[in-house]
Design a protein around this ligand. Structure first.
Ligand code: HEM
Ligand code: HEM
Length: 240
């Protein structure tokens, strides 16, 4: 390990657990969802901006799916998706205090891991359904003209209904993080900002050595280009 990697791995601020691309993804996703929500409520003159926030969310989720395969250790799906036994165990631990070392899990725990996947799936459903729907008055998503009216109506219903589930999931997410902070006295938010947790000597080897920032940038560029092409190569949008 190089001196620089060793420094990244551990210093006074703790050991690196969440890489920078994942952290940027997380907070950008929160902003894009807030933006999508506000612009959906703000009236039809905000619809184009709603689309832009929606495309951003679509790109972010696509990025995260790829990062789950080629990102750093704790970002990889295979390292945080576990079987039902572990999930039940993790549920039982939820009301209990955090272990004495102050860290319940190095990356996601079994429960948090599946909760992340549920959030990702809900946002993906929201963004993809948006591509095919219209408000029946002024605006249509870029692929509205390729689906039948009845399918567009169904996807419109899905866009509306799924959003309520998404809101509930985000509220639960927020409540859980708050419970960790106030009830279990474990701050999960700081690591999502700084990337670091105080792992102590014993668990130090589980820290990640590198942010893989350049790899993240390449994937972000690839995903941005793909979303751009998906949107611009769509048939002419139908305005009413
Ligand atoms: C629309 C809003 C939000 C969405 C959709 C969202 C979604 C997610 C997702 C998908 C993850 C998994 C990260 C990954 O592995 O990629 C996550 C983790 C996390 N989020 Fe959020 N988030 C939102 C808002 C927030 C807010 C407002 C906070 C802080 C108050 C927060 C705190 C956290 C923390 C601490 C984690 C890491 C949990 C752990 O340690 O297992 N999130 N979030
Ligand atoms: C994940 C990001 C997105 C979120 C959170 C979101 C959220 C919403 C919400 C809450 C509404 C109002 C629904 C209602 O009152 O029935 C709405 C409407 C709409 N959204 Fe999205 N949306 C997203 C992405 C998209 C995308 C990518 C597109 C298309 C490119 C899109 C196109 C539309 C259209 C056309 C409407 C109007 C539907 C109507 O009036 O019946 N949305 N969206």
């Amino acid at each position: 390990m190089s001196a620089n990697e060793a420094k990244l791995k551990s210093d006074n601020a703790g050991s690196l657990v969440w890489d920078l691309p994942l952290r940027i993804f997380h907070w950008a996703l929160a902003v894009s969802l807030m933006g999508s929500w506000i612009t959906a409520e703000a009236g039809f003159e905000w619809t184009q901006t709603h689309f832009l926030f929606g495309y951003t969310a679509l790109g972010l989720i696509s990025f995260r799916l790829l990062w789950g395969l080629v990102g750093t250790t704790h970002a990889r799906f295979r390292n945080f998706l576990s079987g039902p036994k572990a999930v039940i165990q993790s549920l039982k631990q939820l009301p209990k205090s955090t272990p004495a070392n102050g860290v319940s899990h190095i990356g996601h725990g079994p429960l948090g891991g599946w909760a992340s996947v549920v959030l990702l799936a809900l946002v993906m459903t929201q963004a993809v359904s948006g591509l095919f729907i219209s408000d029946d008055i002024f605006y249509a998503g870029p692929y509205n003209s390729v689906v039948s009216n009845s399918l567009a109506n169904y996807l419109g219903w899905l866009h509306h209904t799924n959003f309520n589930f998404l809101l509930a999931a985000v509220a639960l997410h927020f409540l859980t993080v708050t419970w960790y902070l106030l009830g279990k006295k474990e701050n999960l938010i700081r690591p999502m900002l700084t990337g670091r947790k105080n792992l102590g000597e014993k668990m130090l080897q589980t820290a990640i050595a590198n942010n893989l920032f350049f790899r993240g940038l390449c994937i972000a560029g690839f995903v941005a280009a793909a979303v751009y092409l998906i949107v611009t190569l769509a048939p002419e949008p139908e305005y009413f």
